[in-house]
Design a protein around this ligand. Structure first.
Ligand code: HEM
Length: 179
């Protein structure tokens, strides 16, 4: 997993729970670099799982809530700098449809070792888009937060329905409806 995801995570933990919590997490998780992450580095995905699980233990907040909150922070703090991706898409649906064939393709060129999910999309009607998330990293809660963040960016209100297509969370159907 790219370091930028870890860097953003620690920024959010510090902002929401204070620096002591950052310290506590670093002390209690087995991390390859003792918690020293750089944006362009690449680190085991299992470390992100440990960090989020421990944070959930310490804060008594469920992992899905933490991942969604984190995704919304990550969108605002780290994805907006890729302004061209937003400029090229006029609304939430167009942006989400462009992730797989355009955005993550460009990300892969920048960071060949990035581990990205697979998305397929299907426009059901003017107001409904289906998005199928597939990834062995099972981060659909992170995806849901990024979908919410995208709608927020475009000033649109959406309902997000979620259905597991694989019980372990590696394949998830999102049904996104404009309100
Ligand atoms: C400007 C737009 C975006 C950029 C630049 C971007 C870039 C990235 C990067 C750098 C990673 C980390 C890869 C790694 O750790 O190896 C990532 C992961 C991920 N991205 Fe995107 N992303 C964008 C938009 C989105 C949106 C809108 C969604 C959700 C619908 C999304 C879903 C995900 C998920 C769920 C992961 C975690 C890895 C996984 O589940 O396999 N991304 N993205």
């Amino acid at each position: 997993m790219k370091g930028v995801v870890f860097v953003g995570f620690f920024e959010l933990v510090e902002k929401e729970f204070g620096y002591e919590m950052v310290d506590k997490l670093i002390d209690s998780c087995e991390l390859s670099t003792d918690g020293a992450y750089t944006s362009v580095g690449t680190y085991p995905h299992s470390e992100m799982v440990s960090l989020v699980t421990k944070l959930s233990e310490f804060t008594e907040l469920p992992v899905p809530v933490l991942l969604k909150t984190y995704a919304k922070y990550f969108g605002k703090a780290h994805l907006r700098k890729y302004a061209a991706f937003y400029d090229n898409a006029p609304d939430t649906f167009a942006f989400l449809e462009s992730i797989h064939d355009h955005i993550h393709v460009e990300v892969k060129k920048l960071y060949p070792d990035a581990e990205l999910p697979h998305f397929s999309s299907n426009r059901i009607s003017e107001s409904t888009l289906e998005l199928v998330y597939t990834s062995s990293r099972k981060m659909s809660d992170f995806a849901e937060g990024l979908i919410e963040d995208t709608a927020l960016y475009y000033g649109e209100h959406v309902d997000i329905g979620k259905k597991l297509l694989e019980e372990d969370g590696s394949k998830v159907l999102f049904t996104i409806t404009k309100k």
